[in-house]
Design a protein around this ligand. Structure first.
Ligand SMILES: Cc1ncc(COP(=O)(O)O)c(C=O)c1O
Length: 371
């Protein structure tokens, strides 16, 4: 298989575990194991203590799939297949829906696998950019990009790296078009439940159609990235069948301990989600103040959801800025070039509890650097 390097993941592989503060992480501060186990109901505590470490069911533990199905309003257990992270789900779903010569439409900027896997299959990809002033999506841009051989439209709201959302009307328009044209709408919803105003939460794509697929994961709002548990929920039976057959060639089945831990978290989801939302609610005002104080250096387009934002550096070059910052202060930001985006933006994350300390270092660096 020929596939371009995943720039962001290569960047993280270089820096993630050696810097003092990861100020560009997209996950939420991970649960310690003991804290998570304390949330277990008696039956899951028993399941954990008596767990046998054998192979697991290929589609995922039935109780896990049942808990995931409860996150949506139209799904039952059999509409869900689990994967090792959202990443495996993206990889296999692209292989399930695309062949060489097909076409995919992808909202951009984007997590690279959402379009790179399609390219590696030999599909043509049209990237539809968000408006850089406010990160709004013009649905006509997506509709205009559709070709007779378009097999999949890929969206991601809440959006990474910008924290943007779309109005419900835009989601409805895209869903209706995909359904009418027999195109799969693949909706990366890994930041769902992290809308700052809960009234702006969009319905999950799976609940809006028969050809839609919702992507979820334990890594972000559920604060359990190390479990590597992701899933696809879809009413499209043929798609689920293809996904199951492809999974036999990647991981076959999920990790037994991770499945039990994911069930525990999903059963306690109100508390788990509240914890993540609280971390973010504490961090965001600090970012607002920082970008207010340093408005001559940065343009801050406030995110509306998620755990990352994509501000712009006004003066100087962002790659150099990030390189000097990590060298001087041990604080990692992610330059927009890692998204193949050349607008002098950078990704900043606010899901970690050390964000206030990281921001102090950034502030010191910016003051020293001058304008
Ligand atoms: C938009 C988006 N989709 C998918 C993923 C992959 O999630 P995971 O690493 O948990 O597989 C990420 C991770 O950062 C992401 O930001």
């Amino acid at each position: 298989m020929q596939i371009a390097d995943f720039a962001l993941e290569r960047y993280f592989a270089r820096w993630e575990f050696s810097v003092r503060h990861l100020l560009c992480a997209s996950d939420v501060e991970a649960y310690p194991l003991q804290e998570l186990l304390a949330l277990a109901d008696p039956s899951m505590r028993e399941a954990w203590d008596g767990l046998r470490l054998g192979y697991t069911e290929s589609a995922g533990h039935p109780l896990l799939r049942a808990e995931i199905a409860k996150l949506y309003s139209t799904t039952a257990r059999d509409d869900v297949i689990t994967f090792v992270g959202a990443e495996e789900a993206i990889f296999l779903c692209m292989h399930a829906v695309l062949s060489p010569g097909d076409h995919a439409v992808v909202v951009w900027p984007s997590y690279q696998s959402l379009y790179e896997v399609a390219r590696s299959i030999g599909a043509a990809v049209t990237l539809v950019p968000l408006d850089p002033h406010d990160w709004a999506l013009d649905p006509d841009g997506v509709l205009g990009a559709i070709r007779p051989n378009t097999r999949v439209i890929i969206i991601n709201f809440p959006h990474s790296p910008t924290g943007a959302l779309v109005p419900r009307s835009v989601l409805d328009c895209l869903t209706a078009t995909a359904e009418a044209r027999g195109i799969t709408l693949f909706s990366d919803e890994v930041y769902r439940y992290l809308e700052f105003d809960e009234a702006q939460r969009l319905p999950a794509a799976v609940d809006l159609g028969r050809r839609t697929a919702s992507l979820g994961v334990m890594s972000k709002v559920f604060a359990l990235a190390g479990l590597r548990v992701g899933w696809i929920a879809t009413h499209d039976e043929a798609l689920r069948e293809r996904l199951s057959r492809l999974k036999d060639y990647t991981t076959i089945c999920g990790s037994a301990p991770s499945e039990i831990l994911a069930i525990i978290a999903l059963r306690a989801r109100e508390r788990v989600i509240a914890r993540s939302r609280e971390i973010i609610a504490n961090n965001l005002p600090l970012l607002d103040r920082f970008f207010d104080d340093f408005g001559e250096h940065f343009i801050w387009t406030r995110p509306r959801a998620g755990s990352v934002a994509f501000p712009r550096l006004r003066t100087g070059e962002i790659d150099r800025f990030c390189a000097e910052l990590v060298e001087a202060e041990g604080v990692l930001l992610l330059p927009g070039s890692q998204f193949q985006h050349d607008g002098n933006h950078f990704r900043i994350g606010f899901g970690r509890t050390d964000m206030p300390q990281a921001l102090e270092h950034l502030e010191r660096f910016v003051r020293r650097r001058g304008s």
